[in-house]
Design a binder for this molecule. Sequence first.
Ligand code: APR
Length: 235
Amino acid sequence: MAEIQIKHYNKIVFFTGAGLSAESGIPTYRGKGGVWQEYNYEDFACQRAFDKDPQKVWEFHNKRREFINGCQPNEGHRIIAAVEQTKPQTMVITQNIDGMHQRAGSKKVIELHGSLWRVRCDREGTISENTDIPLKSMKCDCGEYLRPDIVWFEDPLDQQKIQQAVEAIFQSDLFVSIGTSGVVFPAAQLPAVAIQNSVPTVEINIESTPLSQLYQYRLQGPASEMLKQLCSDSD
Ligand code: APR
């Protein structure tokens, strides 16, 4: 049994990274088999690459759409969604763009880094859901290229989402980080926000991270397994 159990808390923030989706078969970004081991993000996931060759960038994102569409939410996603059912003040703050939390049933999800399943027209400033595999047309009706609504490297984060995430942490009584390497800022600052606000913090990861010593509790192991322990009702 984990040395901490969420049954004693009511306003939980789950801060999630690619490691939570690893058990759905979705590669993480760093470490063995990571996306950035195979692809150079400067060629596929930044505004410069998109401006230079939107077709090539969309080919990469269509491939990710096709692959992720064939994956399922895993038990970790489902446990988090179930917690929200019984504890409605639960909030998910995710760095993931795969939409797995929503597919598992989570309703309150802040997608800090956007979503693979939305596109936006930067000329018209419009954002729309789009789950075509592959994208039917790379062009908006106005003629501008549609861009994945994803926060790429060197993109500024949506300040409103950061504010929303910080507010959620201020209101929380437990902060649980799951499957993130804690190396990408400003998202990686969020655990420190929890600590500054004396919210108890838990890190779930299969290995230690540069932020591990910040956390009060550490559950070292696969996300689903550790969440089962953390969220069990047994005494
Ligand atoms: N259970 C728990 N943790 C796991 C598991 C697992 N089954 N498998 C891997 N991990 C951990 C790894 O140890 C690592 O610490 O998940 C983390 C994944 O780290 P990254 O690949 O860096 O993913 P993430 O932290 O989400 O990346 C943050 O970087 O590339 C950008 O925008 C992208 O949102 C992404 C951001």
